[in-house]
Write a protein that binds this ligand. Structure first.
Ligand code: SAH
Length: 390
């Protein structure tokens, strides 16, 4: 590979783009390849994709043989599971394996109570031999758990993998009920409208509930993640989302929890968040707690300025609607928007309101989503909790 690719690997980032391969690689789809710099010096072993712009994902700076690959994958799975044992003491649901962050590029495994949802997002991890190792290792660690394979058709298309349906790989359950911080959720990995959760927000749900009070609004609620937590501590809660199917599951989740605990009733509102916040602000509505957790606005570096304008519009309206001492929980899962840019945007929005706003906490994804120092993509989630002046 060229100088740029080699420098990237030496700096600890495992990806090499196709444009940095010289000569262009001719390896088989998903194969293990040995990588060298332009002067022939060894850089390690990597998994190759013939389709993705990310042609190479480094596995090890050692040279690994094809025979040793299954052993290495098994070892890495063991390590990932072991690390979770101290990071996830009091939850039945967490991310067991997080791709690059667990040195297993292309493999994502989430645990929802007694079901493991496995996703292979690269040609290499889709290989039959590697799948088998993954299934074997996971069943050894989580005996009795059902395993389902979750498919993202778009990713399979990008990796030029044959289309597949989500399916049960092992066991007999594809749906269950799981808990995050004692709040219960439906999980169904196979039905039309898939359910599940943004497990990366688990600790942020608990943090938000520590400060939340009064009248609360959870914007971009999806299946009710924040709203259900807020209902335990707030006098009234409304959850907003543009997706009706998501709100239907949110409502089912609410019923599940209402049966168990006495929480406030939640109003589920199907609306475009931008329009709704504008209307509510104009109508002079006021809240004590607002959560903003939009989808990633910046999908590429180029769209960061537009994304920041979108974030600012939402956050400005939310801050304006907060009563004195009100809580704003503002999230962004756009990797391309840095924490500094995000906090800067919040500052600009606060300045426009003419009120002081203090940061209570700057947070990231839950601990079961490790961050690698040299792989900024692993630190994608920002969650800033602020309070308006009393
Ligand atoms: N807060 C949620 C996750 C939100 S994911 C949780 O903790 O589980 C982003 C959500 O935003 C999706 O449910 C999507 O349907 C919704 N969404 C996307 N664009 C929207 C818009 N313009 N207005 C309202 N909701 C929108």
């Amino acid at each position: 590979m060229n100088h740029r690719g080699a420098a990237r690997l030496r700096a600890g980032h495992p990806w090499v783009y196709r444009s940095d391969l010289v000569p262009p690689a001719e390896a088989a789809d998903g194969s293990l390849v040995q990588v060298r710099d332009e002067r022939g010096r060894r850089l390690g072993s990597a998994l190759y994709s013939s389709a993705s712009q990310i042609a190479i994902r480094l596995l090890s700076t050692d040279e690994i043989s094809d025979n040793a690959l299954p052993v290495l994958v098994r070892e890495r799975i063991n390590q990932a599971v072991q690390v979770r044992q101290c990071l996830t003491r009091d939850t039945d649901s967490f991310r067991v394996i997080f791709s690059e962050a667990d040195l297993l590029p292309g493999l994502i495994v989430d645990k929802y109570n007694d079901i493991l949802a496995v996703q292979a997002v690269t040609q290499a991890l889709d290989r039959e031999d590697l799948r088998q190792i993954v299934v074997e290792s996971l069943t050894a660690h989580f005996p009795g758990a059902s395993l389902i394979e979750r498919i993202d058709p778009h990713i399979r298309e990008l990796e030029q993998l044959p289309p597949r349906e989500s399916r049960l790989l092992l066991g007999d359950r594809s749906s269950t009920i799981f808990a995050l911080n004692g709040v219960q959720f439906h999980f169904d990995g196979l039905s039309g409208q898939k359910t599940g959760a943004f497990l990366d927000q688990r600790e942020n749900y608990a943090a938000a509930a520590r400060y939340a009070h009064g009248a609360a609004l959870d914007v971009f609620t999806y299946q009710g993640g924040f709203a259900l937590h807020l209902a335990r501590v707030c006098a009234s809660v409304a959850g907003v989302d543009a997706s009706r199917p998501a709100l239907e599951i949110a409502e089912q989740n609410e019923q599940l929890n209402r049966a168990q605990h006495g929480c406030s009733e939640i109003e589920w509102i199907e609306a475009n968040a931008f329009d709704l916040l504008k209307d509510y602000a104009t109508a002079g509505r006021q809240y004590d707690t607002i959560v903003l957790d939009p989808p990633a606005f910046a999908k590429t570096k180029r769209t960061v300025p537009t994304a920041l304008r979108g974030y600012k519009e939402l956050n400005l309206r939310a801050l304006k609607m907060l009563r004195p001492g009100g809580i704003l929980v503002s999230c962004s899962c756009s990797f391309h928007v840095s924490e500094a840019e995000f906090v800067g945007m919040l500052g600009a929005a606060a300045a426009d309101t003419g009120r002081q706003v203090r940061i209570l906490e700057k947070r990231g994804a839950a601990m079961d989503h490790p961050v690698l120092l040299n792989v900024p993509e692993t630190a994608y989630l920002k969650c800033v909790i602020c309070q308006t002046e009393p």
